[in-house]
Design a protein around this ligand. Structure first.
Ligand SMILES: Cc1cc2nc3c(=O)[nH]c(=O)nc-3n(C[C@H](O)[C@H](O)[C@H](O)COP(=O)(O)O)c2cc1C
Length: 219
């Protein structure tokens, strides 16, 4: 019988990392995030189980790269030693069953705080997006300056380098679901008149700069 996906269960090596098969567990965020942005024990157990179940790679979801995103989410912040310890522990929990630990990097941009458990806090947060605007829920958004963009691009690289040190072998960059990169790609949310807005090439610029920053940081 001809198999539809004959290579699905065979190993594959990508950029020096060998995955035991080609089935990768998609990022799924847990809600037991500690106040200092650490991955909670239930989430770690969830990711560990995906690896135990046989996934070739397991992606830990949505680590926020910069403090301008005040969402209640994971962080890798050298000032918070515990955040590095928890990430290292989670990467190890995945790896000990043979799956490759992967970390998703994100910035929520103008929709930061969407998942806040305390919705009143959400209204007092400063929001940063491609443009000055007011969100449908009445929250004011400030357009990012070039300096702010540069800082965020750098922070993707900085956090990727920390993830590597914590034992992650793969980085997933969140470009969807309406978050920051997606906001810049969108001609609806991004009507900037500088080199980050207008043409498709300009709207892709932030994504490309982030990819370059991460690649330079992880080698
Ligand atoms: C509970 C849950 C949490 C999720 N969290 C994230 C997330 O943090 N980041 C992300 O990129 N996708 C997230 N997703 C989307 C999944 O990674 C995946 O893209 C989506 O479920 C579609 O894949 P599927 O058709 O195999 O379910 C989540 C999905 C679920 C069900």
């Amino acid at each position: 019988m001809e198999r539809k996906y004959p290579h699905l269960t065979s190993p594959i090596t990508v950029a020096g990392v060998t995955f035991r098969n080609r089935m990768f567990s998609a990022p799924m965020g847990g809600t037991d995030i500690t106040n200092d942005g650490c991955i909670g024990p239930k989430s770690t157990a969830f990711y560990e189980l995906r690896s135990k179940g046989g996934a070739g790679a397991v992606t830990v979801s949505e680590c926020m790269v910069h403090e301008s995103d005040g969402s209640h989410a994971y962080r890798l912040n050298p000032a918070i030693l515990n955040s590095l310890a928890c990430a290292t522990y989670t990467a190890d929990a995945i790896r000990r069953h043979g799956g490759m630990p992967s970390l998703e990097l994100s910035h929520s941009g103008m929709f930061a705080g969407t998942y806040m458990t305390d919705k009143t806090k959400q209204k007092t947060m400063k929001q940063w997006g491609p443009m000055d605007t007011v969100r449908p829920d009445g929250v004011e958004v400030q357009g990012m300056t070039k300096d702010m963009i540069d800082e965020i691009v750098k922070s993707y690289g900085d956090v990727a380098a920390m993830a590597k040190r914590a034992g992650f072998e793969m980085i997933m960059i969140h470009g969807g679901h309406g978050w920051l990169i997606n906001q810049f790609l969108s001609p609806l949310f991004n009507q900037r008149t500088d080199e980050y807005g207008g043409s498709l090439e300009n709207r892709c610029r932030l994504a490309k700069e982030i990819l370059t920053s991460v690649r330079e940081a992880v080698g």
